[in-house]
Design a protein around this ligand. Structure first.
Ligand code: ADP
Ligand SMILES: N[C@@H](CCOP(=O)(O)O)C(=O)O
Length: 350
């Protein structure tokens, strides 16, 4: 019998100021996969056929062995003893999440991939196990955990023992090798399965009236590049600055009504934003000029993920906040688009 299913994964905004590599928020833009698996047949093997629309359509590879989502799905399948995609698989991806803007497009693609692998192989993996696979590819937990679970989520990576550290340190090129092998070559060994229980998470409360305004510059900044500018050591003063704010923020965003005085200060950061401003013209100007005093309804403002998008959390005045941020960016020569987003649920299979 032909099987059909849909996988829907939300965008995410990671960090929310002080929670670098720790917190993420799922947002109402989605990557959706429509998948058809024909019945098994004796006919010759048919490679997957991929079509794609929406954000990234002009650059995303349609070869299943090069596309991030299908490569991750194949990784999950092969770790579970299934060596190839089902014959004749067809997949249409529709993507609303812009690439390289700090809205978790790669995290969504990875989560879509682990869910796809789980469904294709009918593996029945738990959410925790899906997360293990995702963390072997996207090695910081904030985006992938929020994309999988949904809502405002905090996560940490367990300290691994020596054997698990070795298993989790497999280079990405081995986790997602360039498939398939050249004609006549063997597929080689299946990749080693990830250690169990790498990532742990908790879902925080979220105050209903808070919406997220994403102010999205029209240029891409890869997360890898935005991580290269970060130092490897921080002063105690800067770490304490962030820890104090993060502790307050995780509860303050659940209070009703939310308190702008508490939240605005709690969304400040000294671990990543100060270093990333060199890559994002207008970042310090936008975050310092738009405040709850100048823009009633605003709660706080920060870089979304690794940027360049800026995320403003607010309960009203969305358009004015977005237009003023747009004008400030324009004075720095940066054109932007903006969207008012709601907090999304987690990933779904229908
Ligand atoms: N839906 C997708 N399908 C395939 N590859 C994707 C998809 N979404 C993102 N990617 C890959 O991830 C890259 C962006 O990842 P990254 O630099 O981490 O930015 P971000 O996750 O903030 O958008 C894209 O350039 C593309 O290579
Ligand atoms: N904590 C990471 C988050 C990256 O998120 P992305 O959406 O920009 O991929 C970081 O700040 O580097």
């Amino acid at each position: 019998m032909t099987r059909q299913f849909t996988v829907k994964v939300p965008a995410t905004s990671a960090n929310i100021g002080p929670g670098f590599d720790v917190v993420g928020l799922s947002l109402s833009l989605h990557l959706t996969l429509k998948v058809t698996v024909p019945p098994a047949s004796e006919q010759a093997y048919l490679e997957p056929a991929i079509t794609y629309s929406g954000e990234g359509a002009d650059e995303v590879p349609l070869d299943a062995y090069k596309n991030l989502t299908t490569r991750v799905a194949l990784y999950v399948l092969r770790c579970n003893g299934i060596r190839s995609f089902p014959s004749g698989l067809t997949l249409h991806a529709h993507n609303e999440i812009p690439f390289g803007r700090g809205l978790g497009s790669s995290g969504a693609a990875v989560i879509a991939g682990v869910i796809l692998g789980n469904e294709l192989g009918q593996l029945n993996l738990s959410k925790e196990r899906l997360l293990d696979f995702a963390l072997m590819v996207e090695r910081h937990p904030d985006n992938v955990t929020a994309a999988l679970i949904g809502g405002f989520v905090g996560s940490y990576l367990r300290e691994l023992d020596e054997a698990d550290t070795a298993a989790a340190s497999v280079p990405l090129s081995e986790v997602l090798p360039e498939y398939p092998p050249d004609a006549g070559e063997d597929w080689g060994l299946n990749p080693p399965p990830p250690p169990s229980g790498i990532g742990h998470y908790v879902r925080f409360g979220w105050s209903e009236p808070i919406k997220a305004i994403a102010i999205i510059p029209r240029f891409e900044l890869s997360t890898a590049k935005a991580r290269e500018v970060l130092p490897s050591l921080y002063t105690r003063k800067d770490l304490v600055f962030n820890l104090q704010r993060l502790a307050v923020l995780t509860t303050a965003l659940a209070q009703d009504p939310p308190d702008p005085d508490l939240i605005y200060e709690a969304m400040k950061d000294r671990v990543h934003q100060p270093y990333r401003k060199t890559l994002i013209p207008g970042l310090p100007e936008v975050t310092s000029c738009i405040t709850p005093n100048t823009h009633p309804g605003l709660l706080g403002i920060c870089l979304s993920g690794a940027g360049p998008t800026i995320l403003a959390l607010a309960t009203s005045n969305f358009e004015k906040i977005a237009e003023d941020a747009t004008n400030i960016f324009q004075t720095q020569g940066v054109e932007v688009d903006w969207k008012v987003l709601t907090i999304a649920g987690g990933s779904l299979v229908e």
